[in-house]
Design a binder for this molecule. Structure first.
Ligand code: SAM
Length: 224
């Protein structure tokens, strides 16, 4: 059996009981970062063999995991934080498991995209998650333009180093829409700032972005 196990995005108390049960039960854990997951396992006093499974060895490690599953072993995939497969490795492995008729399930839990959407106060009945935008301005603007006429709420992950450039491009491409910026969710300095894109951008004249961010932007025609 293949399990995709969600882990906390900041607050260790968000680890689910079922997630812990599965991590204790499986034959091995496939981790994006074995050191980080090692700390998580240690915190919960779980001793388990780990193998590494990250974006740079996804194909090779994925094949190894499939072979182990075909031999009857059970494997839990965990990413550094949150839900595996969401802006993290997981998707190709799920596809391979399905192709080999290997039973696959997920132990649900935290994901920054869902928490930011719900807290944004923007329509949550219909949304588009775009993950990380490209780093370069030209590509980023073309990437944003794809959804310029979409009525759905748009959600992006962004690094603190590119947040201001991202907001400036979003303002340029979408106009001054209602938006929300979620920072350090579930952590000590959790915050959600809401306002027009221009206001959210202007707030960074005074402070530099720090920590982890999710940006949520209203779809075309959505009022704040
Ligand atoms: N798989 C994860 C999930 O389910 O949310 C996402 C992994 S992705 C590599 C990491 C990005 O998710 C960060 O750069 C940030 O944009 C967002 N993120 C993760 N944890 C966060 C948090 N506590 N607060 C705000 N954003 C977070």
């Amino acid at each position: 059996m293949l399990y995709l196990v969600a882990t906390p995005i900041g607050n260790l108390s968000d680890m689910t009981l079922r997630g812990l049960e599965i991590l204790r039960e499986v034959d091995l854990v496939a981790s994006e970062d074995t050191r980080k997951t090692g700390r998580l396992l240690q915190h919960f006093e779980i001793k388990k063999r780990q193998i590494s499974f990250h974006e740079h060895n996804e194909a090779r490690a994925g094949q190894k995991i499939i072979n182990l599953l075909l031999q009857g072993q059970s494997v839990a995939v965990v990413s550094d934080a949150g839900t595996p497969g969401i802006a993290d490795p997981g998707y190709t492995l799920v596809r391979q498991a399905i192709a080999h008729d290997i039973p696959v399930t997920m132990i649900p839990g935290p994901s920054a995209v869902v928490m930011a959407l719900v807290l944004s106060g923007l329509p949550s009945h219909s949304f588009t998650f775009r993950g990380f935008p490209p780093r370069k301005e030209g590509k980023r603007r073309r990437f944003l333009a794809v959804d310029a006429e979409s009525p759905h709420t748009l959600i992006f992950y962004e690094s603190p180093y590119r947040l201001k450039a991202f907001l400036a491009d979003a303002l340029e491409v979408y106009g001054d829409r209602p938006a929300a910026i979620a920072n350090e969710l579930t952590k000590l300095y959790e915050s959600v700032e809401r306002g027009l894109l221009s206001e959210l951008l202007a707030a960074f004249d005074e402070v530099e972005p720090r920590g982890e961010y999710v940006v949520v932007i209203g779809g075309e025609g959505v009022k704040g």
